[in-house]
Design a protein around this ligand. Structure first.
Ligand code: PBG
Length: 329
């Protein structure tokens, strides 16, 4: 019943005292809301695999940002969905690309809202992979090193368009250093990097890939995302990214990886975010829509669990609802 004890029995205490002594607190300011922005005008469309989440054209973004700002959410994480894809993701660093337009709109109407730019190539490449593809001896491989310049270019163009924080999610080795030096050379010395340092090759990203149209056309992401059997490797990746200049880290997914989150929190000294991914969202939604789970209670309990495991920030598609629900605690 409570964490207060007086031998030989536990004390019965009121809700108000339980609140006073609770070990974990949540605030809307530690929540980050991911938003999908697609090319076009006057569009707000549903995402089938993520009931309640939508794709917005840049001109329609203020409608959702209004709600985000009213609820005191800590930041938004923007994903772009372009019309045209090619081998090297050129739409991703186009000055007039969908994500750049979205960032300018967000900055113009909501200058105080922290904009985080997801830097990756998979939504913009024709093959759906997160880097450049090279054919070596008849086999298509992701070419880590030639991808770095492209990723740095994408990061720079987002910073120029108004991104306050750059979040590389591609998982190429060396990209934090490449992005840091590109930002510094161009005067963005105060733009922090929030690195997806610990990103597992996870089937929980399924609904996102439908939302963003970013499923790989061949193969999988196992050569550049992490093996879910490993946790020491996560700490190693985190320390390497900090060495390269990462200011903050992401552990992703969240609920199935709370042990990883705890290890990373304990072994590093930078702010750590947990990304509760699309599959985590859709599982709860599906069960709730069938009346099998109480959505509010399950989402709130999950968020507190993620915070208890050590998350300083939580990236979640439930951010808007959670902001209200955690007020009861
Ligand atoms: C882009 C990216 C992905 C997610 C965030 N950034 C997809 C992937 O790596 O396949 C997944 C987010 C989610 O599932 O909510 N690389």
């Amino acid at each position: 019943m409570t964490e207060l004890t007086r031998r030989p029995r536990r004390l019965r205490i009121t809700k108000s005292i339980r609140d006073l002594v609770s070990e974990t607190r949540l605030s809307s300011k530690m929540l980050i809301y991911p938003i999908f922005v697609r090319e076009g005008k006057n569009i707000i469309e549903n995402i089938d695999a993520m009931p309640g989440q939508k794709r917005y054209s840049p001109d329609k973004l203020p409608e959702i940002l209004e709600r985000v700002a009213a609820k005191n959410i800590g930041g938004i994480l923007l994903f772009g969905i372009p019309d045209k894809k090619d081998e090297c993701a050129s739409a991703a660093w186009d000055e007039n690309g969908v994500i750049q337009n979205a960032m300018r709109v967000a900055k113009k109407y909501f200058p105080d809202l922290t904009i985080i730019g997801d830097v990756c190539m998979c939504e913009y490449t024709s093959h759906g992979h997160c880097g450049i593809i090279k054919n070596v001896n008849g086999e298509n491989i992701i070419d880590n090193d030639s991808s770095l310049e492209f990723l740095a270019r994408i990061a720079l163009s987002q910073a120029q368009a108004g991104a306050d924080i750059i979040a590389p999610s591609d998982m190429m080795d060396g990209r934090v250093a490449a992005i840091r030096s590109k930002l510094d050379e161009n005067g963005f010395i105060n733009t922090p990097i929030l690195s997806y340092a610990v990103k597992y090759a996870s089937s929980f990203y399924g609904p996102f890939r439908e939302a963003a149209g970013s499923a790989p056309a061949f193969g999988d992401r196992k050569t550049y995302q992490m093996d879910f059997r490993n946790v020491r490797e996560a700490v190693k990746e985190a320390l390497l990214d900090i060495d390269e200049g990462a200011d903050m880290l992401i552990v992703k997914p969240a609920l199935a990886y709370l042990d990883v989150l705890k290890s990373v929190r304990e072994k590093t000294f930078v702010p750590v975010a947990a990304y509760s991914v699309s599959g985590e969202y859709s599982m709860i939604k599906a069960a709730a829509m069938n009346g099998w789970l109480n959505e509010q209670n399950v989402v709130t309990e999950s968020a507190f669990s993620i915070a208890r495991a050590g998350a300083d920030m939580i990236i979640t598609y439930f951010a808007l609802e959670l902001a209200d629900w955690i007020r009861n605690f």
